[in-house]
Design a protein around this ligand. Sequence first.
Ligand SMILES: [Mg+2]
Length: 230
Amino acid sequence: MFAVDIDGTIAEGRPAALLDYFRETCRLALVDIPEDITWWDIFDLPEVVAYRKLHRKRYQRIRENVMGSLLVLRACTPVPGAVAQLRRVSQREEVKYVTIRGDDLPSQKTTRAWLAQLGFPNSDSVVFCRSFFQKIAQVMREPGEHVIIDDRYAQLVEALHEVEEQAGDDPRYQRMIEGARRRLTIVAFGATALAEQDLFPGVRTVALPSWDQFDECCGALLREPIERGA
Ligand SMILES: [Mg+2]
């Protein structure tokens, strides 16, 4: 199975929608914003920073809920090449989406509708998780070999380290680590090279700088085409 993360891997948040989200939730004017502002720069705008300092708890809730905002979700754009590559992958492997987006019903519906509308394969097959640990656990629960494609691969590796720390006391965690070593490949989306801290000993990890490079970086992970009608 190919378990594909959504945000930052196949979907990009649109800065204009994030600005509107802050205008609405924080009641900020946010005028004279440079047109080419990036998603991450918005969090450092003086008005946003001032709001954060004044309303710490409220800001934290607002910040955590960005990807639970329908306004933001609907405005996402696909990462270039993602639709075409995943359609090809889906001819050989089961494709699933595994995300830590908000798991309330409207967010779930919006996410599935967005995937379908843009032509992503298997758009109904989305697993909503609460943590990176849960992502791995959900994927490894099923038998067979699995590939997780994720832009936050470092967090996946961190989660594996946490599981390993607890494995001494719990055979379920031991099985999870053993399973990951035998059956899991992490595809580090957006990475051109992998540093030591991006790797978990024994778990195959592959860097995938962009979807256009899928064949050269990940082609070997695909099964041979299934022979039909033989
Ligand atoms: Mg992501």
